[in-house]
Ligand binder design. Sequence first.
Ligand code: GAL
Length: 436
Amino acid sequence: MLRRWTTGIVAGVVSIGVAAAVERSVEVVHWWTSGSEAAALNVLKEDMQKRGYSWKSSPIAGGGGGQARVVLRARMAAGTPPDAMQMLGFTIVDYANEGLLGDLSGVAAKEGWDRVVPAPLQRFSKDRRGHWVAAPMNIHRTNWIWANKAIFDELKISPPKTFDELMAISARIRQAGYIPLAHGGQAWQEATLFDSAVMSAGGPDFYRKAMIDLDAKALGSPTMEKAFEQMKKLRTLVDPDFAGRDWDAATAMVINKKAAMQIMGDWAKGEFLKAGMQPNVDFLCFQYPGTEGDFIFNADQFAMSNPRRIWPFAKSAVLVEPQGQQNREEQLVAQTELASAILDPSFQEAFSLIKGSIPARTDVPDARFDLCGKKSMADLKMAIKSNTMVGSFAHGHAMPESVKEAVYVVVSRAFNSDGSSADAVKQLVRVVRAAK
Ligand code: GAL
């Protein structure tokens, strides 16, 4: 909260009417708890401190943000929202349409966000009236594979161009005593594999039809069966202890040469860099076979709680009017400052260089990015041009949250059971029809 008053001070203000010391601060809810995530967020903390705000970080552990979303809902229901919160895709639009988010249209217009943020991402930054309600921090891509280069060199293998090649090199990796695929058995991580499998099986048009348009024919097609087939094969490449493993623990297996590859969004790159490793020297980055050039995006955004709404138990509400009102105005100023800091081109660059992502603004030069970053930026440009920049199902940018949760269950069940791919396809069609 912007003006933090202790209960004692508040009582003093009310009774004797003397102004108390004011501390400007912002509270931010997020799920960035891995080493590289925390380091990247620190850039924003320092920027806000330079702008005169103290920073209250409220991390909710759990990659992918599942737990954070639950906590956020509870805080909203309790009337104690933070000033700002990390959010993805459809969640933002849902919250905005419920009137829970602040309007950032003023700062967005002043700074020309419309001109620099790609349209497929803007779709998740605005409410149904077209008002900006979230500040995009970055663009991640989910259809990546991260590999330990020493293992690839030792076995004289190169990045696979087809799924069959992926299976063939995996057999050699296993023979040499390494785990082919580092994986964390959590629903969102399995869903992340599925993003790539669907794209690989059918390409961007199919991906859009099935995962975004939720077209029943595409969902029930032999192409979708192929995607589930890939999932089942990937399942054979993991070690026995994968259940419940966090994504960064899986990345560490590749870093420590226990496992050869991980299929994960480019936040994994942040962990390699944090460990002092360099692309093409210590680790490799390449697209999941069959998805070369395709761009499945996930973008982190910060949305602001609506300062105009009455939050019965928010700290500001303990102040009697007119201070309470003024407090809300100050919150608005702080949120605008935060949004502006996020869209600042030099922040966008500095943050993504640590996080592994690329900037959400398309006007940031690629000069300081490594070859994986440069490739992502070039592929994104092409994908925007050809209208094939598609949102990640796993990370909430393809289908509404309730449908996504239902599909998560089907995908995880398919990955973790011996059922047939044909059955998985049938379940998929059924749950999407019911959840839509
Ligand atoms: C995603 C988020 C990424 C990354 C990942 C793992 O949902 O968008 O920025 O942090 O979770 O925690």
